[in-house]
Design a protein around this ligand. Structure first.
Ligand code: SF4
Ligand code: SF4
Length: 126
């Protein structure tokens, strides 16, 4: 599978999962009365301490994060969890699933591993 096709697939899977997450809103991320960001899990949100997190939220396009649901999310939204799992398997098989990696980091990593050809795409160091 070419890099071009993988990038297209990455964007497509990201779009589908983003729409699903937006419609279902499984995590219910919001600010509490102390202006802290919270979700339905007492252990979350799972973005905490990620290098891509800013005060305004995530700063990158990260497919693996769109596909992740913790156990609380899994049991409160089993159908969504199953769909996201299926998409996860597709992305793993297509070698575009890197946990907490941005799209740029994902394709930089693939190129570094020598698995990809550029096909005219410029993938700069993240
Ligand atoms: S996956 Fe779980 S921990 Fe992460 S934001 Fe959603 S509810 Fe919170
Ligand atoms: S990359 Fe993932 S874990 Fe990091 S801030 Fe973005 S959504 Fe959260």
């Amino acid at each position: 599978m070419s890099t071009k096709y993988k990038m297209y697939l990455y964007d497509l899977l990201y779009l589908i999962s983003s729409i699903l997450i937006k419609i279902v809103n499984p995590c219910k991320i919001q600010k509490n009365s102390n202006r802290e960001t919270v979700c339905i899990s007492t252990r979350g949100p799972c973005c905490n301490r990620c290098k891509h997190l800013s005060t305004k939220g995530c700063t990158v396009k990260a497919l693996s994060c769109k596909l992740y649901l913790c156990l609380v999310g899994k049991y409160s939204h089993p159908v969504l969890y199953k769909i996201l799992k299926k998409i996860t398997h597709i992305s793993i098989r297509s070698e575009i699933y890197y946990f907490r990696y941005s799209k740029q980091e994902t394709f930089y990593e693939l190129n570094k591993l020598g698995k990809e050809k550029y096909y005219g795409q410029v993938i700069s160091k993240p």
